[in-house]
Design a protein around this ligand. Structure first.
Ligand code: AMP
Ligand code: GLY
Length: 433
């Protein structure tokens, strides 16, 4: 089977790496891919950030002429613009939810209302579409809140506030200054929760749900969870934060709860469903749903996955998840993200990267590319984004995996490179939340 992966990040590199291990995988294509995916298959020069009719036609034409039997849509932007719907065809399987189902991520107001209707545990919240009432609410709110642009904002539309003053600034930034454009036309203001964060991802085929091993992301840029939020500085899997009973509760109350609520709205969910949770003193609460694999969580999940990812994805797309075999490597995987100097603020691109081959030769280490490109003139691998590389290592326990991943980061160099050396620290007695 020929396969096309849509997207260009570390998530798409790791998915391609795992798909390629399947005996069913023949040719592998990426649109548009990165320097890492170019080593696995062919990168197609199609920009999939904005889904126009021309882009859909280009992908559809390519798939028909190259016998593509499986299309995997990695990121949320094309999903929320309906790419999965528009590529449906009897000749192929499409992995990723429809536009309607992807609203769960693309519209936090929709998602919050659905959670309430289905009694999915989540933070208390109010939804606003006008500046005045939103300001009055946060001015008079006594406990800390989180202000969220309802639409997609590349992971930057959530502002965690300490006091009313910060909340007022956040509301103005989103609704008055329109910092996130249309994504901030409505906002969700919710109670600020405390606790460890947890990512629980599940495959959903419209009928069956298969919950994947739990992982933990590290959103803040600095060691010890300091500084501004990022797209994710590292993740590890599995996490000891949840036992089987708690996982069963999360499956029942959160995942099954929301899939059933969607069904009652006439929306069928197929693809991967990601619940971002906080383990509060009052039990697990849902912070958000995403309609795709977490990045970098999936980089920590896939190296442990035992099973044929082609079967798994086709089974999910065709409603036959119950016929698929999925297991896990007992070891722990730690993924450390190497970033460009300045990230999550502005940073330079086009800087040469060295040490990739040496790192790849280290025991139990796999390096996935995120923001990389091949320099057209020199042929060198260069930086091309804020999050540049995802350095993953398998270890007997979390400490072992973290140590190996950090050692591999130390042999990779580019100007301004930095990473967090404490991924997993929150459960190893290191930094506190
Ligand atoms: P979201 O995109 O909604 O998951 O929010 C991004 C990040 O903001 C989360 O991973 C949390 O670190 C933080 N966050 C979101 N909602 C809350 C909340 N209600 N209380 C505390 N932190 C939150
Ligand atoms: N790791 C956070 C996300 O993928 O949204």
């Amino acid at each position: 089977m020929n396969i096309l992966v849509i997207g260009s990040g570390g998530r798409e590199h790791v998915l391609g790496w795992k798909l390629k291990q399947s005996p069913q995988c023949e040719k592998l294509y990426f649109a548009p891919g990165n320097a890492g995916t170019a080593g696995l298959g062919e990168n197609l020069p199609i920009n999939t950030d904005t889904i126009t009719t021309k882009v859909v036609d280009e992908i559809d034409y390519f798939c028909r002429h190259n016998s593509v039997g499986l299309i995997v849509i990695g990121p949320e932007d094309p999903l929320s613009q309906g790419l999965a719907d528009r590529l449906q065809h009897a000749s192929r399987a499409v992995f990723g939810p429809t536009k309607e189902a992807a609203q769960l991520e693309a519209d936090k107001a929709f998602s919050k209302q659905l959670m309430r209707a289905a009694n999915v545990p989540t933070a208390e919240a109010r939804i606003f579409t006008d500046l005045g009432p939103a300001l009055t609410f946060v001015e008079n709110h006594e406990t800390p809140v989180v202000v969220k642009a309802a639409g997609l904002a590349k992971g930057k539309g959530v502002i965690v506030c300490d006091d009313a003053e910060q909340a007022i600034d956040a509301v103005k930034l989103i609704m008055k200054d329109k910092a996130f454009g249309e994504a901030g036309a409505s906002i969700v203001v919710e109670e600020r929760l405390t606790g460890q964060e947890l990512s629980v991802l599940a495959l959903v085929d419209g009928q069956n749900i298969f919950v994947l091993d739990p992982s933990q992301d590290h959103k803040q840029v600095g060691e010890g969870d300091t500084g501004p939020n990022t797209g994710g500085m590292g993740a590890y899997c599995p996490t000891p934060l949840v036992d089987d009973d708690l996982m069963a509760e999360i499956e029942r109350e959160v995942l099954v709860g929301i899939v059933d609520a969607l069904r009652r709205e006439g929306i069928k969910y197929q693809g991967v469903l990601y619940a971002g949770l906080m383990l509060t003193p009052g039990g697990p609460k849902t912070l958000e749903f995403n309609c795709r694999f977490g990045d970098p969580e999936v980089q920590a999940l896939m190296p442990r996955l035992k099973g044929d990812l082609v079967d798994i994805m086709v089974g999910t797309a065709n409603g036959k998840l119950d016929e698929v075999n999925i297991g896990w490597d007992e070891r722990c995987c730690c993924c450390v993200v190497m970033c460009s100097g300045g990230y999550p603020g502005s940073y330079r691109k086009g800087l040469p990267i060295s040490g990739l081959e040496e790192a790849a030769k280290m025991d139990d280490v796999i390096v996935f590319h995120a923001g990389t490109a091949i320099d057209k003139k020199t042929g060198e691998v260069v930086t091309n984004g804020g999050r540049v590389l995802n350095v993953c290592a398998l270890g007997d326990d979390l400490a072992d995996a973290q140590r190996k991943a950090n050692a591999a980061c130390d042999v990779i160099q580019f100007e301004g490179a930095f990473y967090r050396s404490d991924i997993g620290g929150r459960v190893m007695g290191g930094n506190k939340v």
